[in-house]
Design a protein around this ligand. Structure first.
Ligand code: PLP
Length: 429
């Protein structure tokens, strides 16, 4: 099979419907699947035979989405979920239990920060935040109960590219996998090729691309030797009482290097039930068909927006990977050679008040709490997506009071620039 994303986005995981020869992936809108015999039913539940059981755990439409995203990321298998939030939570909870910890980059989406700082802490899982500027900070925060490292490739709103290979290598030396949230940069960077073990996405964003559904996905890289680090990774190497004592690295051996993702499906998804609807899986598959074209257009338009904003006196600072300097510029060149992403941050010279006037004046850009839509979007994070964080936490994640985030869409660039031009004029300098 090819590795070209343009082709994978249309073909991976599917040729035609085995029952009807339909070319478009059918929406298998069913809760359950007929067992041909009691023997087959028992085998399916025992995982000695693979097949459909119940849509909370798997579904043929969702299966194609999982195969397609796994192929795009260069992984071996994937698990689709009802939201990106569920994907972040499952990715961690699949390895860490009460009393364990993970080490996370400070550069996180506000919802992930809350999940880590409050929800997981309430469940007894400690998240230790470190500044990724110094990759060794991950090593310093590690102890014998550290089960994973976690980061975003192109973290919004700082848009500071994460040192994937450096941190992945530190973890691999001691049996700790790097989980990368690649929501902002599908196709631009493949974290698994740089040593990450697991990739997750909010499919809601660029992969889906049309702002019509919420979904998440976890991709297993199949490139991490869990069994070689049995003490470090007990969740995959000790008998699991919730599945008649299965040791996941042993039980899944005949299926390939998929212990991590199988365990997530048959325990976490079984128990917590954050299943994606087959209809949303279909909409995501439609969106993904054009993701390569869209990512190119997002990046080209964002580059033009950066040039435009840097020339304007109303703008005090523009934040975009293309403007990185020093060591950060080297990281951008290494990890984002194909495009620097569609998100652009700006600080208005007039501060928070000017930021609000700017957003209120936008006519083409939508003021919404989303990114990665084909349409252009804008938001003021301090009063919305990051409002539940303390001022110190906001500062740690890169949100200043006057920060405005643009998510540049794929409209004609002249129309995008005209809207920014008139909105800047409305800020009153
Ligand atoms: N990760 C990142 C980087 C995001 O931007 C978001 C949502 O904005 C999420 C995860 C959570 O995804 P969802 O909104 O699909 O739950």
């Amino acid at each position: 099979m090819t590795t070209h994303p343009e082709t994978l986005a249309l073909h991976a995981g599917w040729r035609a419907d085995p029952a009807t020869t339909a070319v478009a992936v059918p929406i298998y809108q069913t809760s359950s699947f007929l067992f041909p015999s009691t023997e087959t039913a028992a085998n399916l539940f025992a995982l000695s035979e693979m097949g459909n059981i119940y849509t909370r755990i798997m579904n043929p439409t969702t299966d194609v989405l999982e195969k397609r995203v796994a192929a795009l990321e260069g992984g071996v298998a994937a698990l689709a979920l009802a939201s990106g939030q569920a994907a972040s939570a499952f990715a961690v909870k699949n390895l860490a239990r009460a009393g364990d910890n993970i080490v996370s980059s400070t550069d996180l989406y506000g919802g992930t920060w809350n999940l880590f700082q409050n929800q997981l802490r309430d469940e007894g899982i400690e998240v230790r935040f470190v500044d990724p500027e110094d990759p060794e900070a991950f090593a310093r925060a590690t102890d014998s109960r550290t089960r994973a490292y976690y980061a975003e490739t192109l973290p919004n709103p700082k848009l500071r590219v994460f040192p994937i290979a450096e941190v992945a290598a530190i973890g691999r030396r001691v049996g700790i996998p790097l989980i990368m949230d690649n929501t902002a940069a599908p196709l631009l960077v493949k974290p698994l090729e740089h040593g990450a073990a697991v990739v997750m996405h909010s499919v809601t964003k660029y992969l889906g691309g049309h702002g019509n559904s919420i979904g998440g996905i976890i991709v297993d890289g199949g490139n991490f030797d869990w069994a070689a680090h049995a003490e470090r990774q007990p969740a995959l190497n000790m008998p699991d009482p919730s599945y008649h004592g299965a040791v996941w690295t042993e039980a899944t051996k005949p299926l390939g290097p998929v212990a991590y993702i199988i365990k997530a499906r048959v325990t976490l998804l079984r128990d917590l039930g954050s299943a994606l609807s087959p209809f949303n899986a279909f909409l995501f598959l439609q969106g993904i068909e054009t993701v390569a074209l869209r990512m190119r257009a997002h990046c080209d338009n964002a580059d033009s927006v950066v040039r435009f904003l840097t020339s304007r006196p109303e703008v005090a600072r523009v934040i975009h990977p293309s403007l990185a300097t020093g060591q950060e510029a080297a990281r951008v060149a290494k990890y984002l050679p194909a495009g620097k992403g569609g998100m652009v941050g700006l600080e208005l010279a007039g501060g928070a008040a000017a930021g609000k006037r700017f957003i209120d004046a936008l006519k083409l850009f939508y003021h919404v709490a989303n990114v990665g839509d084909a349409r252009s979007l804008a938001i003021h994070p301090a009063s919305t997506t990051h409002a539940q964080l303390s001022p110190a936490e906001q500062a740690a994640t890169g949100v200043s009071p006057g920060y405005v985030r643009l998510c540049v869409g794929i409209e004609h660039i002249d129309d995008i620039l005209a809207d920014l031009d008139q909105a800047l004029a409305a800020t009153g300098g």
